[in-house]
Design a binder for this molecule. Structure first.
Ligand SMILES: [Zn+2]
Length: 379
């Protein structure tokens, strides 16, 4: 008699374990592409900062992508970044952060409440890196494969107590010091091209010759997040154009700041779709490869890569013939620390265990912000 409830519990346990959140991902056989790494003098100061964010990209998202592309011995571009560390990701009010609180930590250097953008938990606006840099002769740009009003890019220009106030966020982008913003989000804006502002919505119009004469460029390539297709620009396309634009425009100024986000690694992880996650990651890693080459050629740029949090509790459980067996623990974010990767002058500061807010401080220290004179970048 006593056995029956136990048996019932056991069967229930078995059935809940064999849920379809177990996925088999083929082990790839691509060969690694070595990235040229230059040595920088340890006292060299960067002029420019590139911050690349993989939304929801924990260490297992990186590990699984490595295995799926070329096997466990393959080396991604991100694997070849010369300096590495870890970042804690918690928010002010929760051990598991959302993208808004996490992006606020790098953008404004404070811990805040989930859903808040560059505001303290008490609702006070805190200046962001692009706002601080605009006062010292830098220009800034943002790239995302989500809407450009989505939490991560928005934390760099908007001050609101809810990431869902998209209309307000869109208006704040227009009055912000961001010179180039490329992503999705057409439905949140009511703008057209003027003498100073260029609105781009077609991939073919995203060329340096077509955008270089404008003071501000807003590229919106989908109504909301960018639906992946050959008709739409990738994170790699948008980042490369933003880098050309910012390097050209900042020639007579102190330098530039660019944040570029692979937004949909997070979305695929929320969906517990490992295949789609790897596809998103490929674009992210190609973006990193090009940014690393930019650092090598330019010589005055510091590249930092991190994530806001891990999404999905992704686990790599084992191998079944030619496949990796993976399982997701949740459809939500988790509280795991994430990797920090750096290359370029000042990169050595981004090692060891840090808080996500330390990334803000370290960026400003790298460019010697407290000793820069007030100036404006006119172009
Ligand atoms: Zn998310």
């Amino acid at each position: 008699m006593k056995l029956i409830p136990h048996l019932f519990v056991f069967i229930f346990f078995l059935s809940s374990c064999s849920k379809d959140n177990i996925e088999l991902i083929s082990i790839g056989n691509d060969s690694s592409e070595p990235v040229v790494i230059k040595n920088f003098n340890l006292d060299a100061k960067p002029k420019n900062i590139i911050l690349i964010i993989g939304d929801g990209t924990g260490l297992n998202q990186i590990t699984l992508s490595r295995i799926a592309i070329g096997g466990p011995d393959y080396r991604l571009a991100i694997d070849q970044m010369p300096y590495t560390g870890f970042s804690l990701t918690h928010a002010d009010n929760a051990i598991v952060t959302d993208s808004a609180a996490s992006a606020t930590s790098w953008a404004a250097g404070i811990k805040t409440t989930n859903k808040f953008l560059s505001m303290t938990p008490d609702g006070l606006s805190v200046p962001t890196i692009p706002e601080l840099l605009a006062e010292t002769g830098f220009i800034s740009g943002l790239v995302a494969t989500s809407s450009i009003t989505h939490a991560t890019p928005a934390a760099f220009y908007a001050h609101v107590d809810s990431r869902y106030k998209t209309k307000e966020i869109a208006e704040q982008l227009l009055s912000s010091p961001i010179s180039i913003a490329l992503g999705g989000g057409l439905e949140f804006f009511d703008i057209s091209t003027t003498e100073n502002l260029l609105l781009v919505s077609e991939k073919e119009s995203l060329s340096i010759d077509k955008i270089k004469n404008y003071k501000k460029v807003i590229g919106l390539f989908d109504e909301d997040g960018i639906y992946r297709s050959t008709e739409k620009p990738t994170q790699q396309d948008m980042t490369n154009i933003a880098l050309s634009f910012l390097s050209m425009k900042s020639k007579t100024c102190n330098g530039f700041f660019l944040m570029s986000e692979g937004s949909q690694i997070d979305w695929a992880s929320h969906d517990n779709d490992a295949k789609a996650m790897v596809e998103e990651f490929k674009d992210f890693d190609k973006t990193i490869k090009d940014a690393m080459d930019f650092v090598t050629d330019n010589g005055e740029t510091l590249l930092i890569i991190t994530a806001d949090h891990e999404t999905g509790g992704l686990q790599i459980l084992g191998q079944e013939k030619g496949s990796a067996k993976v399982q997701w623990g949740t459809g939500r974010h988790t509280g795991s620390p994430v990797g920090v990767y750096a290359y370029g002058p000042g990169a050595q500061a981004f090692t060891g265990l840090m808080d996500n807010t330390d990334i803000f401080t370290k960026i400003l220290e790298a460019i010697n912000y407290s000793n820069l004179d007030q100036s404006t970048c006119l172009n």
